[in-house]
Design a protein. Structure first.
Length: 359
């Protein structure tokens, strides 16, 4: 399966402020040069109907949405990362093997739990969609297929809130009419060159000789296109590279050096990195806090532990102590943002995951 969250950043914003639902919502990355300079990060489907999409200038989006009640918001990556982390935890539960790809999508291998039966696999997808809506009020689109490539293509088929199944016996029919632009990795340039070869569907692409493809696109892209046109892909679903740090940073409601006002956020961040540690079945040797002052100076303080830990309370307590000492050593700083970072990560191997077991 491939799951992709719908208009993700904009959907998070709709949840934070439900009154904007039903209006065009545009999430912007302001470059801060002039008032409206910058680009659109994403937008909801209502805004898309007016031609707004990721990557266009904000000024253009404003023109396209003139006369509507459009809402323009500044990107808030911290919020989206938190929602994403929680959704990934839900998704992971449904998979034998799980592979997160970026902030809003993931592959799930469900072969084993579906007993190798495609019909059983297909029943899992609606359960996942329901749980994500129930817990996080976020819709997603899921594609189910015999491999990662087909699942990914399928998840894009019926957005938003889609569920598309490509059974092994239907692969050829499905690909016959599929526009080449729907193949991951086929952008405008490749599409144009293919159209010069009179190819506009995957079916037509599959009739090209591999030597022609390699001559036109080089060995790696040529070979990929040759296989993709046939729906072939044998990449396993696997967790990415082991991370070498977990960090999380947050912005305080107002700038302060009052420890009592900082601790709730700090605890939250410490909890969140500790959960990631447990999820990856890892332990950390060092704990670090990062403080960004009201004048945007960055400070950090760290502590190396005697032995690696994955204990939430230990991580929380150490972060608090680091903060306390930092404030004492810097009588003039006022803090704007605070972060917790875990480094010196190691795998906990076959060790029993007690904290998770007890939860
Ligand atoms: N994103 C971005 N700039 C881009 C593309 C994406 O900042 N050029 C961000 C915003 C998106 C998120 O990444 O919300 C996920 O990207 P997607 O391509 O999956 O797009 P959406 O989730 O917004 O929409 P869709 O419903 O089409 O998946
Ligand atoms: Ca998405
Ligand atoms: Ca995506």
């Amino acid at each position: 399966m491939h799951a992709d969250l719908d208009y993700f950043y904009a959907q998070c914003e709709e949840n934070v402020n439900p009154t904007i639902r039903g209006k065009p919502v545009v999430v912007c990355v302001y470059s801060e040069r002039t008032e409206d300079s910058g680009v659109v990060s994403t937008c909801n489907y209502i805004a898309r109907r007016s031609g707004v999409k990721a990557g266009i200038p904000i000024v253009r989006a404003r023109k396209l949405l003139a006369g509507t009640e459009a809402i323009f918001l500044r990107i808030n990556k911290e919020l989206y990362e938190q929602v994403s982390d929680r959704i990934m935890t839900i998704l992971r539960k449904y998979a034998d093997a799980f592979e997160r790809v970026g902030i809003d999508e993931a592959y799930l291998d469900v072969s084993r739990r579906a007993n190798g039966d495609f019909n059983q696999a297909v029943r899992i997808a609606p359960q996942i969609k329901r749980e994500i809506v129930r817990c996080e009020h976020i819709t997603c689109s899921i594609g189910v297929g015999p491999n990662k490539l087909l699942a990914k293509i399928a998840s894009d088929e019926n957005k938003p809130d889609g569920l598309t199944i490509v059974k092994p016996e239907d692969v050829n029919t499905y690909l016959a009419k599929l526009p080449v632009s729907r193949i991951p990795g086929v952008g405008k340039k490749v599409e144009e060159r293919l159209s010069r070869l009179r190819v506009s569907t995957a079916g037509e692409l599959s009739r090209l000789d591999s030597t022609v493809l390699i001559r036109t696109f080089g060995k790696s892209l040529g070979n990929y296109l040759y296989q993709a046109a046939r729906g072939e892909d044998d990449e396993p679903v696997q967790e990415g590279e082991k991370p070498n740090q977990f960090s999380r940073i947050g912005t305080l409601k107002s700038n302060t050096r009052e420890i009592a006002q900082i601790i709730p956020l700090l605890d939250n961040l410490a909890n969140s990195v500790a959960i990631r540690l447990v999820e990856h079945n890892m332990a950390c040797k060092s704990i670090c806090i990062i403080a960004i002052t009201d004048s945007l100076k960055i400070h950090s303080r760290s502590r190396t532990l005697e032995s690696p830990t994955f204990d939430e309370n230990n991580i929380k307590q150490s972060s608090r102590e680091l903060l306390e000492r930092f404030l004492q050593s810097m009588p003039d700083v006022v803090i704007r943002r605070i972060g917790v970072k875990l480094t010196g990560l190691s795998s906990r191997g076959g060790q029993i995951d007690l904290s998770r077991f007890l939860r």
